[in-house]
Ligand binder design. Structure first.
Ligand code: F6R
Length: 590
């Protein structure tokens, strides 16, 4: 939700910030802007639409202090006026998050102090508040502004009279990039990765004063803090398309490697050392979207093989009801970005109740990872396509790791480890031998899709439907195959394709019966199976064969064809695959 990149150094920061904004576009892409300092003046350039629109307005501007922002609208429609940076007298700010008390602050500033607001955003109050408190000391005015605002924020501010950038973080991520005589601030390291891999992740309620030759991290009371400089482990190639047409396609094709990276090194030590597994009686998994579907897969695995009760919760619902939590619960947050506001708050709630918490997070140093303090990093590398793909399959590996950690049966553990090691090659062969494009071509104009499966693959059916609707805008629903007759069967006709997952296991005959029900109503059937038999041949219009893997890993091989169906349909229908409309990668607002 919104991306920030700022530069202070000796080079012209304008092209650096514009390139950085392009990399951050996945976080929001409805409008963008920059502000730059020239002598004792600030210049602001903003545009509705993508970074390309903003670039078209740049006319040889040059400055070594520049802030930039790409927006995902919350307050105020996406237009030129509501785009960031927002300004007050000699001040420019960019903001990611939501200022919850903006309405009362705005009223006070307008009516009592005659401030004129330009935009409908919550963010503009930040600039006016800094101006209100400013008496020559930028840092002091910035800190006073912080005492007035409630909500979530990552902020970077400039003042025309100071060769400084001042930033603060509460609830929305900010990371410093420490280069040679140059400092970057951004929502994540991707926009400055070709300049430096040395980073400092800001923690909650920390601010930074960046000067041309130094930076100082402080708490909100102004006390100096020392923080370790960390090194980013991945290279620039992981944030480039590397010859693929889209990031999503690249990320789908990386899954044999990303899965390996997730389990490598964790088989013996799964980074959960500080949780005493004997102590917890129940696992509560909290997550949103695709991560929630991964959590549901985890429930099937842990309950069936380890017999520990698992509760799966939409983080956004969990927070606002009265969850029945006990200090003997282990609450695990699952999140690709590590920044999803609802998931973060769910973990905070669990901590308040005294539960043990852990994270399964992809982004190192993210808010959820920090808040949980322990857990499993997915190590899937940056996921830039807005639709989550490789993070989902890595989350399933991580959930298996958690299961191995708590399971007491040495034979079971040995068997899972044996099978997990085979997976990367099996996925590689699935990716290399798949032929899904013609199937996508055949159904690309369908008005509606159903995805159906049973047991551990039922959440995968929901994930398949989510992938299709979010990037192709074709309505789609994921359903337990056995539930179809209780309602969705009314939708079946010769125009509606149903994607069935049919794995050769104990409920195989039941799924076949559900396929019969669709067939007898003239529905089209796309069957994802790990073995073709006569019944499948008779019933299915199209068949996709996936490798035979252990039950726990079937969601991984079954989701890949669904990811590809969604990808190809969206691409063939001319949709923006990596940046679907209305979505953003990291939901830092509730
Ligand atoms: C769908 C998708 C979203 C995310 C959800 C949670 O493709 O990407 O549904 O899964 O917004 O995000 P994280 O996992 O970052 O907490």
């Amino acid at each position: 939700m919104c991306g920030i990149i700022a530069y202070l150094g000796q080079k012209n920061g304008v092209p650096i910030v514009l390139k950085g904004l392009k990399r951050l576009e996945y976080r929001g892409y409805d409008s963008a802007g920059i502000a730059l300092k020239q002598e004792n003046n600030l210049k602001t350039i903003k545009a509705k639409g993508k970074i390309e629109q903003l670039k078209a307005l740049i006319n040889g501007e040059n400055s070594n202090i520049v802030i930039g922002h790409t927006r995902w609208a919350t307050h105020g429609e996406p237009n030129h006026i509501n785009a960031h940076p927002h300004t007050s007298e000699g001040i420019a700010i960019v903001h990611n998050g939501i200022i919850e008390n903006h309405a009362s602050l705005r009223k006070e500033l307008e009516h009592k102090y005659n401030y004129k607001f330009q935009s409908q955003t919550d963010s503009e109050v930040i600039a006016h508040l800094i101006d209100f408190f400013y008496d020559g000391d930028f840092e002091d005015a910035f800190r006073k502004m912080l005492t007035k605002i409630d909500g979530a924020f990552g902020i970077v501010a400039l003042h025309k009279n100071h060769n400084q950038m001042i930033c603060a973080r509460k609830g929305s991520p900010l990371v410093l990039g420490i280069g040679e005589n140059e400092t970057f601030v951004a929502s994540d390291p991707s926009p400055f990765l070709d300049h430096t891999k040395n980073v400092v992740y800001l923690d909650e309620k920390q601010m930074v004063i960046i000067n041309p030759d130094s930076y100082q991290i402080k708490d909100f009371n102004g006390y100096n803090l020392e923080k370790e400089v960390e090194k980013i482990s991945y290279g620039i190639e992981s944030i480039q398309k590397q010859g693929y047409k889209h990031f999503m396609l690249k990320e789908i094709n990386e899954q044999n490697e990303t899965i390996k990276n997730c389990f490598r090194g964790k088989i013996k030590d799964i980074e959960m050392v500080s949780i005493k597994k004997e102590n917890f009686q129940r696992i509560v998994l909290v997550a949103c979207g695709t991560s929630y579907y991964a959590a549901l897969v985890g429930k099937y695995i842990i309950e069936k093989t380890t017999h520990l009760p698992v509760l799966v919760e939409h983080a956004s619902e969990f927070r606002y009801r009265q969850p029945m939590l006990y200090p003997t619960d282990l609450v695990v947050a699952i999140s690709q970005s590590g920044e999803t506001a609802d998931t973060l708050e769910a973990i905070r709630l669990a901590k308040k109740i005294g539960c043990s918490t852990a994270g399964m997070v992809n982004v190192t140093g993210s808010s959820i990872a920090k808040e949980c303090g322990q857990g499993i990093y997915l190590h899937a590398g940056p996921e830039i396509g807005v639709a989550s793909t490789k993070a989902f399959t890595s989350q399933i590996i991580a959930l298996n790791m958690l299961n191995l950690y708590i399971n007491k049966d040495p034979y079971y553990k040995m068997k899972v480890i044996e099978e997990i090691k085979k997976l990367p090659d099996q996925i590689k062969s699935l990716l290399e031998n798949q032929n899904i494009k013609p199937i996508a071509e055949k159904y690309r104009n369908a008005k509606y899709f159903l995805f159906m499966a049973r047991d551990i693959n039922y959440p995968v059916a929901m994930e398949g439907a989510l992938k299709l609707k979010e990037i192709s805008y074709i309505p789609a629903e994921g359903y337990p195959a056995g539930e179809m007759k209780h309602g969705p069967i009314a939708l079946i006709d010769s125009e509606v394709p149903s994607v069935f997952i049919v794995t050769k296991d104990s409920i195989f005959p039941k799924v076949i019966s559900n396929m019969e029900e669709v067939k007898s109503r003239k529905g089209k059937i796309i069957c994802i199976c790990d073995e073709i038999n006569e019944e499948i041949q008779r019933l299915a219009d199209d068949i996709i064969v996936v490798p035979q893997v252990k039950w726990e890993f079937t969601p991984i091989v079954n989701v890949i064809p669904m990811q590809l169906i969604a990808y190809h349909i969206a691409d063939m229908n001319g949709k923006n695959v990596d940046q679907p409309k209305n979505l953003a990668k990291s939901c830092t607002v509730e």
